[in-house]
Design a protein around this ligand. Structure first.
Ligand code: PHE
Length: 469
């Protein structure tokens, strides 16, 4: 089968099944935004954002974060959209097509590798959300104090069976969606899951805001103390923007390759970025007022969601219900992200190895599961000794993908569009061949030529310790 075009069985008017060559695409504008925002909204928003904000000065961190969404996040996202929709291929194939005979395709390959790594550790955490959903339903979280919940988290993570089973269940749920393809799998499920996610988030916000003393938490979130903006806070915010917005590894190149030709790329990038940012802030509105109300410290890292929050839920009226609702929220958010990462590998397998979608999906999930199995067992006695640079496998994959592969990928993606891709084609893609005005193009070009590459270079050099800010 040639390139990105796939054989599809369609039933014609006479009811006869026929094979047709057609590349998949999203059917509706809402589908495009739901799927892409679904990729962006995930554990990064609900688990990582609040804890990063908690550790880095709250409102001051959020202020810098917002600035960077506009200065870096949206421009890099638009660059991925341009590459994806003009090439209509997986990240590797896209670079080969747009820059034939040049080594840019290595960026695409790095993105595929990043997809494997992210999916392995991300699905491990997603599996934990299922365990915690189960525990909240059977009442396992109720009546525990902080120490009890901390040792429960530790003994669960180091168990031989449970983290692995939940990993496979989550991976299976992810694969089952990708199996049905872009329209019938990804689009059909995300247009339901994303509104549901919003609804749950709003219910939880109301619960948190009606707790006594919740104003303290809001002050922490929305009253910036400018003196807390230090160079390390700036870098933390920059890293969080890239991870949260799914930029830098080709997920958005892949999704944009399915965008309809008439989709307004800048409109979509703004809708997705606003949704992503809103969910992160609303997650903060759920967590901080509750934490301040029950006087628990909000800067607990991975424990914030799995130890501190159950502690808070255990003390509030209707806690079991709200705990279950919270872990459903976390699981849904994770699922709409894992399908986007798996899709990167699936599309690559379909187009470069000439597999059909079903075989590609199972092969990709099985390959990721090998790495994921080791990841889910990172705290187990058998593997806990396996350490490199002081990190276990899970921590190593998390660190390498977020702090190295995404910034490097993002850096080269903007560099490619800004300095090597044809201006005419950029304009054609952003204006839908002259049918949209797109007056922002000069500003976009200025940002991707100068501001974004320099910003990304700073995160990367700091991430690998070459400079210390
Ligand atoms: N953006 C996702 C989140 O916030 C994570 C992700 C990163 C997804 C990179 C795809 C690519 O959870």
């Amino acid at each position: 089968m040639p390139g990105s075009w796939q054989q599809e069985r369609v039933i014609n008017r006479k009811g006869v099944k026929k094979l047709q060559l057609r590349r998949e695409s999203f059917a509706t504008k809402f589908g495009v935004v739901a799927a892409t925002a679904g990729s962006a909204v995930g554990l990064g928003n609900i688990w990582r954002f609040p804890y990063m904000a908690g550790e880095n000065g709250g409102a001051a961190f959020i202020l810098v974060y917002l600035l960077f969404v506009f200065a870096f996040g949206i421009p890099v996202m638009l660059s991925e959209f341009i590459i994806g929709r003009s090439a209509r291929k997986n990240p590797y194939g896209a670079f080969r097509m747009l820059a034939p005979g040049k080594p840019w395709y290595l960026i695409g390959l790095m993105g595929i590798a990043a997809a494997f790594m992210i999916l392995a550790f991300y699905t491990t955490v997603a599996g934990w959300t299922l365990e915690y959903l189960y525990q909240s339903l059977i009442g396992g979280l109720a009546g525990q104090n902080g120490d009890g919940l901390a040792s429960m988290f530790d003994s669960f993570r180091s168990d031989t069976l449970r983290p692995v089973l939940w990993f496979f269940l989550f991976m299976g749920m992810t694969a089952a969606i990708n199996f049905f393809g872009v329209k019938k799998g990804i689009e059909k499920t995300t247009v339901i899951m994303m509104p549901l996610l919003f609804l749950i988030l709003l219910v939880l916000c109301i619960r948190s805001l009606t707790l006594p003393g919740s104003g303290e938490g809001l002050r922490f979130l929305f009253h910036p103390d400018i003196s807390r903006i230090t160079p390390s806070v700036i870098l933390a915010a920059l890293g969080q923007v890239f991870f949260s917005m799914s930029v830098g590894m080709g997920t958005l190149i892949t999704y944009a390759s399915y965008f309809p030709a008439k989709d307004n790329l800048s409109g979509t990038s703004v809708s997705v970025s606003v949704t992503d940012t809103l969910v992160a802030i609303l997650a903060g509105v759920v967590i901080f007022p509750a934490a301040f109300s029950f006087q628990v410290s909000p800067d607990q890292g991975p424990g914030l969601v799995f130890i501190t929050l159950p502690l808070i839920f255990g003390q509030m009226a209707g806690g079991t219900f709200f705990a279950a609702l919270f872990f459903i929220l976390l699981g849904l958010a994770a699922l709409t992200s894992t399908i986007s990462v798996l899709e990167v590998i699936v599309t690559f397998f379909i187009e470069e190895l000439n597999l059909n979608r079903k075989t590609a999906t199972w092969t990709a999930s099985a390959a990721v599961s090998l790495l994921g199995l080791l990841c889910a067992l990172s705290w187990n006695d058998a593997l806990r000794g396996l350490r490199l640079f002081g990190k276990n496998l899970f921590e190593l994959l998390d660190f390498t993908s977020a702090n190295i592969l995404l910034p490097v990928g993002g850096f080269f993606i903007v560099l490619f569009v800004a300095w090597f891709y044809s201006r005419k084609k950029i304009r054609a893609e952003l204006s839908n061949h002259g049918t949209l005005k797109a007056r922002y193009i000069p500003l976009y070009l200025f940002i991707i030529r100068f501001i974004a590459p320099i910003g990304l270079a700073i995160i990367f050099l700091n991430g690998v310790g070459l400079i210390r800010l």
